[in-house]
Design a protein. Structure first.
Lengths: 167, 765
């Protein structure tokens, strides 16, 4: 795969992620049924729910992993890709990219949580958790961003260094 | 090719950057993401219908953005805002309808908050427990409208086109409520839709009848509430009735037209509801009856009975202050209209509990009822004058009408009341009908003898009061008389025909009423006996006995001239005791350490022992004696007098000769000059020869103890005689026999030589 193709795929995936970010955060990802209430939850709603139920650390982790990190990744990718070939801030870009790859999988924590909840939390009339269309968007967004970071290889950053090393 | 030969230039080729026209396939991903997102949002937007606002009194459990609006079980919208109005007295709920539910935004739609209702009679909204409260809508229709007033609670039965309502009006509709089923001959044909009060305050039930059953509802239909569970207690045991599980808790309304086919009832017509099925059946003629008192009559409950069978029911009771009468309106079964004839008699039968007994016990359980006796007249009537008497009184009235009346008079008539029975030889032969004062102001009882016992009452009848319960006790017997339950508490009157047979007493005869049986039995002419002391004598109680057998009774005890005058009568056949010379002695209990006499009188009271005289003439006045006198009479002993300055000896003290009782002190008095005490002593006839003119008498009472050197001796001659003892001794040289009423001195102590005297005195036989 040529670097050019990689660059193009990275762009496409990043843009897709950016587009999917909005439905992923506005459409409910799951519905929790408890006696007396049926509650559709968005990702952010889930964070609020966790916070309200007295688990601020967990809420913080989920918030970071599911809301902040994807947004950050999309923004970081956009920044990386827009700076591609310019030769500026190469070291910074490499460290950002390394960070992106490392943190990438954390964003799946929400889906992981949802899949466990939906599988385990089926207690008949007492409680139930159901995945909603939002989860699909969310998963797609995560995948897009993940692969965008993966496809954009680090050497494509430091090639810039070869090309534009000041004489 | 030599290596030095410059190699031909190698064509490395050239990187040609191809700028293809058109898009690369990679752009498919963003395009797809965009398309799917856009489609999703667009679809969401498409499903949004109009926004409506519903004003509610309260909206528990309604959350903006979450609570769904449900119509026919389908989510037709979502609450998107909940707020209070500016006056804080309403909740304004904004609902975003879905597009397919646009039709709910029409002016007839009812909105309410569905929540669980759990009562004994109603169990609805159960799914709300699981899903949470929700908004509900029903019954859409009409012009488009976007603001609604919500209902306070779920409408029980959404009105469907063609449903049929009936309104019921009744005096009270106790347990009927929203949702109570309506039955016609066991078929559920509808429900109570609403229960409310009219402007006049009468309860009004609105029934919803299913259209399929509307034909069974007639203008002649009569409704009655069917209690869920009824317990009937009567003379035939009790009957517990439970009308199925459906009606178990909330009861039901039943209706029927009882084969009286009217025309089908129109929609929204008003029909009556009555207390029970029987009342509902009573759709015949009505009549008004006036009673002196309406006590015990319950509208809708009190039945009208004929020969004990219910034939109608009281519809209403009103009082007329002008006439002071209670006016009762009754309605009979259609088949019994013929009972309402001119002259028919209506009697209000009530339980009667009095001291004399309980009558109409069944009405205690079944309640009062009105008994109707139809007359033979063939003229229909609708206004009657009723009687307010219990059955017992009614019988008494009947007896009064047909029986033989008589009058009883007495000084006083304690605890005898109207209705008291009249006994003859243990049979109830009549009753007392009235208690009154006669023209002379004396209490007077009026009674009747039943026609069948007419012959029992003769002119020689003697009446006495039968005490309710009497206890008689005497030596060797204890007897308790309870004269039947009826007279248990009140007693009655009994009579017996004394003496030779006499003709049957004419109607209206007057008789004296004696206090008790003894008095009634004592029919002889009275005798008058004077006693010194009347202690224990009781008029009407104290008996006269002859040889221990009761033969008469004291009728009156009075005092005259410082003495007690007793008036007594003898029973039939004991007239010989009135002969001149008869002795009457009063027997009282006398208990001393020396002996007990008249012990039976402790229980039976004192009595007068009679000893007939030998004369053939009868006398009216006698001198009575006390018990001691009686002994004296029998012994006819020697009377002597003992004088002493002072002595502890009392009346009743015994006189001893060598330790043997030979006489008794019968009186203790002062000498005429007041210086000495005179004891009158009677010596038994067989010992009178022992008393000689030179005999010495001394007081032998008390305990004497003397302490000697070698022996200790207590002389306890008289511990048995609290009244004291007197001993006497006669010297060896016996003097002449003491005369009647001769006087001796009573010494305080014997001289030693007196104790040694031991004359030989032959006893005269």
């Amino acid at each position: 795969m040529s670097d050019e193709l990689r660059l193009r795929i990275a762009w496409a995936l990043t843009l897709s992620g950016a587009v999917l970010y909005f439905p992923a955060n506005t459409i409910p990802v799951m519905t929790i049924s408890l006696p007396g209430k049926i509650e559709p939850l968005t990702v952010m709603g889930g964070v609020m729910e966790l916070y309200r139920s007295g688990l601020p650390p967990v809420a913080a982790i989920v918030f970071l992993a599911s809301v902040a990190v994807p947004a950050l990744k999309v923004l970081a990718l956009l920044w990386l890709l827009s700076r591609h070939g310019s030769g500026v801030l190469v070291r910074r870009r490499i460290s950002v990219h390394a960070f992106l790859v490392r943190i990438g999988t954390w964003a799946m924590i929400d889906l992981f949580l949802l899949s466990i909840l939906a599988a385990v939390g089926q207690l008949g009339v007492l409680a139930g958790v159901q995945a909603e269309p939002g989860a699909l968007f969310f998963g797609a967004m995560i995948l897009c961003v993940l692969y965008a970071a993966e496809v954009y290889k680090p050497h494509m950053v430091w090639q810039d260094l070869d090309t534009y090393e000041p004489a | 090719m030599s290596p030095l030969e410059p190699s031909p230039p190698v064509d490395h080729g050239r990187v040609v950057r191809r700028h293809k026209a058109g898009l690369s396939w990679v752009w498919f991903f963003p395009a797809l993401a965009l398309a799917v997102s856009a489609w999703f949002f667009w679809k969401d937007y498409q499903s949004l219908g109009p926004e409506i606002t519903v004003t509610l009194d309260e909206a528990p459990g309604i959350t903006a953005g979450k609570t769904p609006l449900i119509y026919r079980g389908v989510e037709a919208g979502t609450v998107h805002s909940v707020r209070l109005d500016t006056a804080l007295d309403r909740v304004v709920v904004g609902v975003r309808l879905k597009e397919f539910a646009r039709g709910l935004a029409t002016e007839n739609t009812d909105f309410w908050v569905e929540r669980p209702v759990i009562t004994l009679a109603e169990l609805t909204g159960l799914e709300s427990i699981i899903t949470g409260n929700s908004m509900r809508a029903s019954n859409p229709g009409g012009n488009p409208c976007f603001t609604f007033r919500g209902l306070a609670e779920a409408p029980l039965l959404p009105l469907q086109p063609g449903s049929f309502t009936i309104r019921l009006r009744g005096l009270d509709v106790p347990f009927l409520n929203r949702g109570t089923p309506v039955y016609h001959r066991g078929v559920n044909v509808g429900y109570v839709r609403e229960k409310k009060l009219t402007a006049e305050g009468a309860p009004l039930l609105e029934l919803l009848i299913e259209p399929a059953h509307r034909d069974v509802l007639r203008t002649t239909s009569r409704f009655w509430p069917q209690p869920a569970t009824s317990l009937t207690v009567g003379q035939h045991g009790f009957n517990l009735r439970i009308e199925g599980v459906d009606a178990l808790v909330q009861g039901a309304i039943c209706f029927d037209h009882f084969d009286n086919e009217g025309v089908p009832a129109s929609n929204d017509s008003i029909l009556p509801i009555v207390a029970d099925e029987f009342t509902a059946r009573c759709s015949g003629s009505t009549a008004t009856i006036t009673f002196e008192s309406g006590r015990g009559i319950v509208p809708g409950r009190t039945p009208v009975c004929h020969l004990g069978v219910p034939v109608g029911v009281v519809e209403s009771v009103s009082t007329d202050s002008a006439s002071g009468l209670a006016t009762v309106s009754v309605r009979l079964l259609p088949a019994q209209n013929g009972l309402l004839r001119e002259g028919s008699v209506f009697t209000l039968v009530r339980p009667r509990i009095s001291l004399e007994g309980v009558s109409n016990l069944d009405t205690l359980i079944t309640g009062s009822y009105i008994e109707v006796e139809p007359s033979a007249a063939n003229v229909a009537a609708s206004e009657f004058s009723g009687r307010t008497v219990a059955g017992e009184e009614w019988e008494a009235l009947q007896a009064e009408r047909h029986g033989v009346p008589f009058q009883l008079h007495a000084e006083n008539l304690p605890s005898l009341d109207k209705g008291a029975p009249v006994f003859h030889k243990g049979l109830v032969v009549g009753s007392i009908t009235r208690k009154t004062l006669d023209s002379a102001g004396r209490p007077c009882l009026e009674g009747v003898i039943r026609p069948s016992f007419r012959g029992a009452l003769t002119q020689s009848a003697r009446f006495w009061r039968v005490p309710a319960t009497s206890i008689k006790a005497g030596p060797g017997y204890l007897r308790m008389d309870v004269n039947g339950v009826q007279s248990l508490l009140q007693g009655g009157v009994a009579f017996e025909n004394m003496g030779p047979p006499k003709p049957v007493a004419p109607s209206g005869s007057r008789f004296p009423l004696q206090d008790n049986h003894r008095l009634a039995q004592a029919v002889s002419e009275p005798v008058n006996i004077r006693f010194l002391n009347g202690r224990g004598l009781r008029a009407g109680e104290t008996e006269l006995r002859y040889l221990g057998v009761p033969v008469g009774v004291v009728e009156a005890v009075e005092t005259s001239q410082g003495r007690v005058c007793v008036k007594a009568r003898f029973n039939e056949g004991y007239d010989f005791l009135r002969q001149e010379g008869s002795i009457f002695s009063l027997v009282r209990p006398n208990i001393s350490l020396q002996g007990v006499t008249g012990l039976e009188t402790l229980i039976s009271g004192v009595y007068i022992e009679c000893t007939p005289g030998s004369s053939h003439r009868t006398a009216a006045w006698f001198e009575g004696r006390s018990t001691l006198d009686a002994e004296e009479i029998l012994q006819s002993g020697l009377t002597i007098k003992l004088t002493s300055r002072s002595t502890p000896i009392n009346v009743g003290a015994s006189i001893f000769y060598r330790g043997i009782g030979v006489g008794r002190v019968t009186a203790k008095s002062l000498s005429p000059d007041g210086r000495e005490i005179v004891l009158t002593v009677i010596i038994e006839k067989r010992y009178r020869h022992l008393v000689r003119e030179n005999s010495r008498f001394w007081n032998a009472s008390g305990i004497k103890a003397s302490l000697g050197v070698v022996k200790f001796r207590i002389q306890t001659e008289s511990i048995m005689a609290p009244d004291g003892r007197i001993s006497f001794s006669t010297p060896e040289n016996t003097g002449p026999v003491a005369n009647e009423d001769s006087a001796f001195e009573l010494f305080a102590e014997p001289r030693p030589e007196w104790l040694k005297w031991n004359p030989s005195i032959p006893i005269d036989q």
